[in-house]
Each structure stands twice: as C-alpha cells, then as structure tokens.
Design a protein around this ligand. Structure first.
Ligand code: HSE
Length: 408
C-alpha cells in the first residue's frame, strides 16, 4: 500500500480525493498496488463526507509521517504552499502539484531540491488542466530542439471571449458564468489580467528551453480592454480575438515570452479552440507543429492530471523522472523586433483627418474598416518590423489608439 496526502480540498483537491477514493480499485490495478489517501489537509471542516475521517488541520502530521510517500499540493498560491512543498521534498516525499503560481515562481529551486533528495516533483496539471502537455514535451519530443510554444492557456478568458464573440455577451456576465462553472481562479484578476496564462508560459518556456523564466520577465496583457467593438472589427478582418501565450527561441539562445490578446485568423487552427478548451502548439525542429487540445480548467479535468502524477510517483518511488531545468537569468528573456502584422484601433474627433492620417501612415497594403458613425477606424497593417508600426501608430491623428498582435 502506498500512502498519500492531499493538501487542499478546494475545487481541484476535492476532485483528486474523489478519484483516488471512489475509483480506488481502478487505480490500484494501474499501479499494481493500493493507493491510500491517509490525510487531507484543510483548515475548513468537511463533515458528512464518506472520507471525513481523513481531514487534518496540521501540516506537521503529514510531514512527520514516514509512511506518506507522495503528497499532492492543490492549495494554490505561493505561501504557504512553497514552504510545505519544500519541506516534503526535503523529507524524502515526492510532490505533485497543480499550482502554476508556485511552479512559475519556484520551479527551478524545487526541481533541484527534488533531484538532491532523489524524489519527484511533478506538475502536469499546472498547464492546460487535463491536457497532457508537459510530460509529452519532456518525453515524447525529447529528440527535438523546441523552436516555439504558443497557445490558449486560460480557460476562463477563452470562455469569456467566446461568449463575447458568439453570443454578443458583455464581459461581466461571461465572467460570472465562468466563475459559476469553477473555471476561474479564486481571484479572477489572475485570469482576466493574464497572470494565470503568464505563469503557464513561464512553465512551458522553462521546460522547452531548459532555463527558468520568471513571471516578471513575460510581457503580460489581459483581456479587460477588449470591447464588443474590437470583436466586431476582428470579425471584419476574418479573425477572432484570443488570449495567446507564446514563447520563442531566438538565434542567439535568448527567448521571447508574452501573453496578449491577439487577432487570430479564422483560417488558423487555433481560432477554432473555444469555450474552456485550451490548446498548446509546440514547434520542434524534427516534428514541426504538434498540437495539444483539451479542457484547460475545471475540477475533473485538472484532478485527472494530478492523479496521473500521483500514479507516476507511486510507480517510481525509487526512480527520478525526467523533468528538470536550470535557474534563469535577468538578460535571458528579450523582445524581438521581427516583422508582424498589427491590428490598430483608433478613434478621433475628426473622422476625415483620422482616415487620412491612417492611410498616409499605413499605406495601401493595409486593410481598413472605417466607422463614420462612431468616428473610428480599425486597421490591419501590412507585415513590417513591430517598432516601425508602433511608431506609425503614435503618429495617428487620434484621441484613442489600441494595438493588438495578430496570428495568421
Ligand atoms: N483559472 C484557470 C483557467 C484554471 O481558467 O484556465 C486552470 O489553470
């Protein structure tokens, strides 16, 4: 019998407990041993469950119990999760987590501690919820040099944007629906401001390129400035708006990393990823594009990935797994000035001046949607170095200017 502990009994934690306890026989068959949930750590009371006897409010009881070999951290947040995870690894327990904030902030350090203590630290659920992506990247794509990773990494914002696009729903109503469905973080600011996707970009970039990327190194922009007007103009350019996380290896060994609302062409496969679904597209030098798709949030999907990591740890109690990256450095993540097509929205007092200045600056190869009624213009530029386009956008004779990247 292998004893495990679950730290946290929220949306994901309760899902993990339910799978391990209610499907114990199925799991025992796969592990060839019984997995016993010995403790569930939570400060709240959970009376009336068939497994209420397993709850403890005392972390030390887990830490000091040598029978506990694997611990699932599903509390979220950096503190006290960091302290608890570190202590568990140092005491020779393998740890699995769905906590992207923790891995993005402390991944390199915790992986090193796991290595030094000959235990495993796995976090498949931290990116893409139920989608297997970290393990396939580390194992199945091991023969590749990864060129880039990009995708839709946040279910809540994808759900909101999809509701805005398809149902013309306003932002707040769509956010409330996502919260009701259990997709959103405790504080939905992390979703809508792009911080959650940023943490996932950090994890993907660290794994893909072998050096830790910290959240403050990733250019991050959320979706709170996206209006139904932008959605409509995007549609006019045959695009949809998606929150895209992206990281790319440059020729000099440095990388780029960003999260931003992006106009995605309806002809691009990523444009069809809707609702709470996430996708991760990995470009390897041998495989070309490989795409992962599935439910990126929600209790069961995320718990499925956590339990798979627990099973993996249970089957490899005395063997180290493959996940590892080094610590990062300040000058490692940079901006590149490659040629891009931008979406530019501009509004001004004088419609004719606005249109004339736009056409003079962006030329006849750009596409324009002019809205005389609202004194607005939307521009889809020609492909040019980003700095050149941004400089032109500053010169528009407009009161308000908004710029978005595109994916074609
Ligand atoms: N709040 C996250 C999302 C949960 O909406 O994608 C999964 O990480």
């Amino acid at each position: 019998m292998i004893n495990v502990a679950i730290m946290g009994h929220g949306v994901v934690g309760s899902g993990v407990a339910e799978i391990l306890i209610y499907h114990a026989d199925r799991i025992a068959e796969k592990v060839k041993d019984k997995i016993n949930v010995k403790y569930i750590l939570d400060l709240r009371d959970f009376d009336g469950l068939s497994y209420s006897d397993k709850f403890t409010k005392d972390f030390e009881s887990i830490l000091n119990d040598d029978e506990v070999k694997v611990v699932a951290e599903v509390m979220g947040g950096v503190n006290p999760a960091y302290d608890f995870v570190k202590k568990c690894l140092l005491s020779g327990k393998s740890v699995v987590t769905s906590n992207k904030e923790l891995v993005a902030a402390k991944g390199a350090e915790l992986l090193k501690i796991a290595q030094d203590n000959n235990v495993n630290f796995l976090f498949e659920a931290s990116v893409g919820g139920g989608i297997p992506v970290l393990r396939p990247m580390a194992q199945c794509l091991a023969a590749n040099e990864i060129n880039s990773v990009k995708g839709i990494l946040n279910g809540t914002t994808n759900y909101i944007l999809n509701k805005m696009i398809v149902d013309n729903m306003d932002f707040d109503t769509a956010l409330s629906l996502a919260q009701e469905k259990g997709y959103a973080e405790k504080d939905p600011t992390a979703d809508i401001e792009g911080h959650d996707a940023c943490r996932k970009v950090c994890i993907l970039a660290s794994l893909a390129f072998g050096k830790h990327v910290y959240p403050e190194q990733v250019y991050t922009e959320g979706i709170t400035n996206i209006t139904l007007g932008d959605v409509e103009y995007a549609d006019g350019f045959n695009c949809v708006i998606k929150l895209i996380g992206s990281t790319e290896r440059l020729a000099d060994g440095k990388i780029t990393a960003s999260v931003r609302p992006t106009l995605v062409s309806r002809d691009h496969i990523i444009s069809g990823v809707n609702g709470v679904f996430n996708t991760v597209m990995v470009n390897g030098d041998q495989t070309g594009d490989v795409m992962f798709y599935g439910k990126g949030a929600g209790k069961e999907a995320t718990a499925s990935a956590v339990v798979a990591d627990i099973i993996d740890c249970a089957k490899h109690l005395n063997a180290r797994k493959y996940l590892f990256w080094e610590d990062g450095s300040d000058d490692y993540v940079v901006c590149s000035d490659k040629a891009v097509k931008l979406y530019i929205y501009a509004a001004g007092d004088d419609f004719n001046t606005l249109c004339t200045s736009a056409e003079a600056l962006f030329g006849e190869n750009a596409s324009y949607i002019k809205n005389k009624f609202k004194n607005e213009i939307a521009i889809l530029t020609d492909k040019k170095p980003e700095s050149e386009l941004l400089k032109a956008a500053e010169q528009l004779k407009a009161n308000t200017v908004k710029v978005m990247h595109t994916l074609f």
